[in-house]
Design a protein. Structure first.
Length: 913
């Protein structure tokens, strides 16, 4: 803070000095004006002194006196003339009087008064008359006495003519003298006034200058005191600052070094002042760069560190070790050039804290990875025995059992499903946290999506004696949304509502309102009349492993992860979820999302199982979603016979299969299941044995566990692919209990064709075998195409499937098949549009096998035709019929009650394109 105060004072001082610089032209103009006024006053004084000197010389008095004397001399001459008339012998006296008069006139004509006489016309005229008189009479005077006396009358005549001239000259001189004296006095008065005025102006200007200079002097004194105080404050700041402050000149010489700098660097002030900073504070390896930076410095604009904020560097301590510092440099002006003020902070502790924080972060990441690995391992370790349980139960269902045994079997199956759902909940949390939930949006019609989803949950509701109702209001146009995420959100919330509501009501209200930019505000409200949630528990209800029940008074099973999954999924969709509840009166969960509206296509969804989990691959974003074109026809167009890879009775062609698993129970159960379907099975317990068997025998399919002793399944796959083994071209499928998307990519990179997730269901295994059935199986070449109508469903196949699986299991497996069918159709459409015939053939082959397994004879026939055309590099015309055929197949399943949930005959919802 003190540094900021000092900077503020220095800034104000610079502003004041800059203000003085701005006022300099005004001061210069004032000084010039004052100098001019003083000069004018001096000139006036000089002129006044000249006039006074002229008055002191009395030029006009001399003229008046000369003319007065001229009159006196004239009178004397007249008097002498009268005496001459009385006594003619006195001629010399007259001549003397005449000569005096003559001299007086000549003196006036040639003396100092001549100029004044000539200035006045009247005086000049009178003077000329006298001179004419003298010229006319001088000859008479200069003659002999007798001549003079003879001509005396003539002289008198001439004299009489000018007798009044001297008098007039005298009077004119008096008048002129008076006039000129008045003029001189007036001039002197004017000069005195002007001098006084200029003197007053100069006096005022000098007074103003004095006051200004006095004020400026006071201001300068105050500024000097402030500068002194600022200097003292600066010194105090330098001494008291917790940060090191070092001042350098343009050559890098240390000009100032405060106390904190002494503490940080270990040098005393005397040791560094006056020395280059590079010699003492810069490590040796940086000194060349430091010197180069100083030598090439031009301005702060081109510098990499001056006025560029905080920079972290390494400095040298007096003891020789290096220390990390945080540096900020600013430039200021000095007497001999720029000065660089460096504010330095020792960040050794900060670096240490950062290192500790980084270490803690690494430990946290390591712990998180360990947690993920723990989940993966536990998933594998739990799914592996669970795979044995589920497989045993599925095999047991094919055996003749009495009613009691069937009841125990159903209990065991239900318990295994609950256990699997718990494992899946934990894995879902892990996948969401890892960011593996990104799904492409598809078109969804909520009017169809919601009831179709709820159909699969009605059995659970009926078990709780709970009624489930729904409504969709507002602008119900199709939306674009990630289907699996939306399905998980609704499934978890509705299943929770059903779980905690006994003999009550659950309602799902969907409100849709159109916003700007063709967006929809989707509000999902799931309310129930169940037990409700205590207010205190509502604060943590969305946390992981949290249940509203007391741990010892639980009314339902569950991991407490359902709402945590909902929260994460809603946040991924940039939405909100909240809970309103009152203990004993029920709860309401509200989800608000903003999703874009879509075009006219609509979603068709078949009923799902109560858990909402069909063991579909997690990257299958559109599992469970079917799009169809309408209107639909009641009959199918002509098509070819079933594809050659499957017999027309729906059975799988026998294959040679290698099963690799380190768990003896899993190997045995999978061996039994495969042999029951007529396949030849070889078994291996580790990776080395698998590579050995694959090199000696030709297998049509290899089922490879990932976690194997001695050699992992991934490595074994690489060994098989890289060798000259007889089975190096055989499709290898990973069999694992836990596979994150990045792990699946690793499997594919190793050469695996796909992945089966434990526990392996019979329908998944059957679907895979149908997909892998070899083209060259003996005795299985397909018949030539025939033009005839193919039935939509193969009821014999469906009956056989029910015999093998049981009615409930067949319905469940069939529902999952329908859910997966949509994704297959979309993949086929994309491959056809891209003219990727190899992929199109493979996808058609795979989907045809699944259709054959579940009795979709018409779809199998069309897909077989599409596959054959794709292998020939052609786009089959049957592609255009797949959507309509699939829609009719769905209707056939629905009308035959093959996929309806227990207790309802409601068909799946269809819509027009």
């Amino acid at each position: 803070m003190t540094t900021a105060v000092f900077s503020a004072k220095a800034r104000r001082l610079r502003e004041w000095v800059a203000g003085l610089g701005k006022k300099a032209p005004l001061r210069h103009a004032g000084a010039i004006g004052l100098t001019a006024a003083i000069g004018a006053l001096a000139l006036l004084c000089i002129h006044l002194f000249d006039r006074i000197g002229a008055l002191r010389a009395l030029p006009y008095d001399n003229l008046q006196w000369s003319l007065s004397q001229l009159e006196v001399d004239h009178l004397r001459m007249l008097l002498s003339l009268e005496q001459l008339e009385d006594d003619e012998s006195d001629v010399e006296a007259f001549r003397k009087a005449y000569d005096i008069f003559y001299s007086r006139v000549t003196l006036i004509s040639n003396g100092s008064a001549a100029a004044d006489v000539h200035l006045d016309p009247a005086l000049h005229h009178q003077h000329e008359l006298l001179r004419s008189f003298l010229r006319n009479t001088v000859e008479i005077i200069d003659g002999s006495d007798a001549a003079f006396l003879a001509r005396l009358p003539e002289f008198k005549t001439e004299l009489a003519r000018v007798s009044e001239v001297p008098r007039r000259l005298s009077l004119s001189a008096v008048e002129m003298s008076a006039r000129m004296s008045d003029a001189d006095r007036a001039e002197i008065v004017r000069l005195l006034k002007s001098t006084g005025a200029f003197g007053a102006i100069v006096l005022l200007a000098l007074s103003a200058a004095y006051l200004f200079l006095r004020r400026q002097r006071g201001e300068l004194n105050r500024r000097a005191r402030r500068l002194e105080q600022a200097g003292e404050m600066r010194d105090s700041i330098l001494r008291a600052s917790l940060d090191a402050i070092i001042v350098l000149d343009a050559k890098g010489i240390v000009c100032d070094f405060n106390g904190s700098a002494e503490k940080i660097f270990g040098f005393s002030r005397e040791e560094v002042i006056g020395r280059p900073m590079g010699e003492s504070l810069v490590p040796a390896r940086f000194r060349a760069a430091h010197a180069k930076g100083l030598a090439t410095y031009e301005s702060r604009d081109t510098s990499a560190i001056v006025d560029k904020g905080r920079i972290e560097l390494t400095a040298l301590h007096a003891e020789g070790h290096e220390l990390p510092i945080e540096l900020s440099i600013s430039e200021t002006s000095g007497q001999n050039g720029p000065l660089f003020v460096s504010y330095i902070r020792d960040i050794t502790d900060i670096r240490r804290a950062q290192a500790e924080l980084q270490e803690a972060r690494d430990k946290a990441i390591s712990a998180n990875r360990a947690k993920s690995r723990f989940f993966a391992i536990m998933s594998h370790e739990m799914r592996t025995p669970l795979n044995g349980i589920v497989s045993s139960l599925e095999l047991l269902r094919t055996e003749p059992l009495n009613e009691t045994q069937l009841n125990f079997l159903r209990i065991a199956e239900s318990s295994s499903e609950v256990l699997l759902s718990h494992i899946d909940d934990v894995l879902d949390i892990e996948k969401i946290n890892a960011g593996n939930t990104n799904q492409p949006p598809v078109r969804i019609t909520m009017e169809h999506f919601v009831p179709a989803l709820l159909d699969g949950m009605r059995p659970a509701a009926q078990a709780q004696d709970t009624e489930v109702n729904w409504s969709v209001t507002g602008d119900t146009a199709p939306l674009m949304a990630p289907p699996r995420m939306l399905q998980q959100i609704l499934t978890n919330l509705v299943s929770n509502a059903i779980k905690f509501t006994s003999g009550g009501h659950v309602r799902v209200d969907t409100r849709m309102s159109r916003m700007e930019d063709d967006l929809c505000r989707l509000v999902l409200s799931i309310s129930d009349t169940g037990t409700g949630i205590a207010e205190k528990a509502q604060e943590t209800i969305f946390d992981d492993f949290i249940s509203a029940d007391s741990p010892y008074e639980r009314s339902s099973t569950g991991t407490g992860l359902g709402l945590g999954i909902v929260r994460r999924l809603v946040e991924r969709l940039d939405g909100t979820v909240r809970c309103e509840s009152e203990a004993g009166k029920g709860s309401t969960f509200t989800v608000e999302l903003v999703l874009p509206y879509s075009g006219p296509r609509e979603l068709v969804i078949a009923p799902s199982d109560p858990g909402g989990d069909h063991d579909c691959p997690d990257d299958d974003a559109q599992a469970g979603l079917v799009f169809a074109d309408a209107p639909r026809s009641a009959t199918l167009p002509a098509a070819v016979a079933p594809s050659p890879q499957l017999p027309t009775d729906g059975r799988i062609v026998p294959m040679r299969i290698l099963v690799v698993d380190d768990d003896a129970n899993n190997r045995e159960l999978l061996d039994i299941r495969l042999r029951r379907e007529g396949h030849m099975v070889s078994l291996a317990s580790d990776g080395f044995e698998a590579v050995h068997l694959a090199s000696k025998s030709r297998f049509d399919l290899i089922l490879m566990d990932i976690s194997l002793p001695n050699m992992s399944g991934t490595r074994a796959t690489r060994e098989i692919r890289a060798s000259r083994a007889m089975s190096r071209q055989a499709p290898i499928y990973a069999v694992t209990a836990h596979a994150m998307p990045e792990e699946i990519r690793e499997f594919e990179a190793a050469g695996m064709a796909g992945c089966l997730i434990k526990p392996i269901r019979a329908r998944e295994l059957h679907s895979l075998l149908a997909e892998i059935t070899p083209q060259n199986a003996p005795g299985e070449s397909g018949p030539a195409p025939q033009d005839h109508c193919v039935p939509t469903l193969d009821h014999e196949c469906l009956t056989a499937l029910e015999t093998l699986l049981g009615a409930d299991n067949r319905t469940e497996r069939l529902s999952v098949f329908l859910l997966e069918g949509n994704h297959s159709l979309q993949q086929i459409g994309a491959a056809a549009e891209a003219r990727d015939f190899q992929t199109l053939a493979a996808l058609s082959h795979r989907f045809a096998g699944a259709c054959a397994t579940f009795g979709a004879a018409a779809m199998n026939s069309l897909l077989g035709a599409v596959e054959q055309q794709a292998k020939s590099g052609q786009k089959a015309r049957e592609l255009g019929d797949l959507g309509e055929c699939w829609a009719i197949t769905l209707d056939a399943y629905s009308n035959g009650a093959h996929i309806a949930a227990k207790g309802t005959n409601r068909p799946p919802v269809h819509a027009k394109v």
